[in-house]
Design a protein around this ligand. Structure first.
Ligand SMILES: *Cc1c(COP(=O)(O)O)cnc(C)c1O
Length: 379
């Protein structure tokens, strides 16, 4: 028999309540009944985003919302700065280039971030930068960017600030208005406790909408003006929205507001602290000093087969974790604790890690990691 706990950085676990809500009979998407649910979901997402601006719900995975930001904010020939701190930062750079946008790419060694000081330097040196793209929580390396500080700098230089918060939103604090972020992309299958299939784009303020009006990149399905018009005219979407996922979203938002957003962020911090205490107690190293609260990335011990380690944790001990990508294949293990995650999941993960390490000959006393994690939960 197989019993698996999903601890990958997307997709993530979905609560029964949320899955069951989505199993209701299909509603038509242009009815008053569905309209009420849709409006409540949009209003709830605005709270999660920390914005008085707009949040659009899109039928796509998270990358769709990233593409929507690019094609609506820019024109061919525009110059932008992209923080390439891993796979997803790289994706923003690729997306921009596909549409003829000139990219000043800040490539960082995996595990490092783009600091506000570095951003200030680049924006002082480079002229005519239309937008800056930053990944909030970079899932390939586990790092998190200080958005408030970056927002301050980018706003001072007059550029648009566009953020990929796909992996963070719902588990990490987001204050779009206060932090002066102009567009924020998110996805359903990370910390929002939903299946894959929906993405979100937050758009705030005059600067962003002016850019949308001026944008000359061709688009049809992702045309933000169509979405805004539908929203204003009839409170719906230009194309058929996955109604079942929106009903599930309404339920996951209910759960989130029952717990309280602040409590959710605290819970994620606690999960991160407990996981990290467990990992360190086993004599392993964390991959970065900038790790976010939704994911713990650890270094595979010198000389150990990292692919085997991930495979044992996942296939033998039933905690599905992610290995490294690109040059870090076999070098790191990524344990996500985003969304529907409590101490149950963290203790299972550390226990699975311990048993797998033991099998591969790592020297430590069984239970050391679990005990360290338990101590964090009891503190
Ligand atoms: C998961 C993820 C995405 C989007 O991936 P999709 O597969 O398109 O949903 C984008 N950025 C980050 C940081 C992610 O973690």
């Amino acid at each position: 028999m197989k019993k698996e706990v999903l601890l990958t950085p997307g997709p993530s676990q979905v609560p029964h309540r949320v899955a069951a809500a989505g199993a209701a009979p299909i509603m038509h998407h242009r009815t008053a009944e569905f309209g009420e649910i849709f409006a409540r979901a949009v209003a709830g997402m605005k709270k999660v985003y920390g914005t008085e601006g707009d949040v659009f719900i899109i039928a796509s995975s998270g990358s769709g919302a990233m593409e929507m930001a690019v094609v609506n904010a820019l024109s061919p020939g525009d110059r932008v700065v992209v923080g390439n701190t891993g796979k997803f930062g790289e994706r923003f750079a690729q997306l921009c280039r596909v549409y003829g946008v000139e990219v000043v790419e800040l490539v960082r060694e995996w595990g490092k971030i783009v600091t506000p000081e570095e951003m200030d330097e680049v924006l002082t040196k480079e002229k005519d930068i239309k937008a800056v793209f930053i990944t909030y929580s970079e899932t390939s390396t586990g790092i998190m960017h200080p958005l408030a500080e970056l927002g301050e700098v980018i706003d001072r230089h007059g550029a648009l600030f566009i953020v990929d918060a796909v992996s963070g939103l719902g588990g990490l604090e987001m204050k779009m208005d206060e932090w002066k972020v102009d567009m924020v992309a998110a996805g359903s299958q990370k910390a929002l406790m939903l299946p894959p299939g929906l993405s979100f784009l937050g758009v705030r303020g005059e600067k962003a909408w002016k850019a949308v009006e001026e944008s000359k990149i061709p688009k049809y399905y992702y045309d933000l003006k169509k979405y805004r018009k539908s929203m204003q005219k009839s409170g719906d979407t230009p194309f058929t929205i996955p109604v079942t996922l929106v009903i599930s979203l309404d339920e996951s938002l209910k759960m989130m507001f029952e717990e309280g957003l602040e409590s959710i962020y605290e819970r994620h911090k606690k999960m991160a602290a407990a996981t990290r205490a467990g990992v360190k107690a086993l004599g392993l190293k964390l991959f970065s000093e900038h790790l976010s609260y939704v994911e713990t990335v650890l270094e595979v011990p010198e000389g150990m087969d990292g692919k085997k380690l991930s495979s044992l944790i996942t296939n033998k001990y039933g905690c599905r974790v992610a290995g490294g990508q690109d040059a870090y294949k076999g070098k790191i293990v990524r344990i996500a604790h985003m969304g529907y995650v409590t101490h149950h999941d963290v203790l299972l993960a550390i226990s699975a890690l311990e048993m797998s390490l033991k099998e591969l000959g790592h020297d430590f006393e069984l239970g050391t990691g679990v005990r360290a994690a338990e101590e964090v939960f009891l503190s």
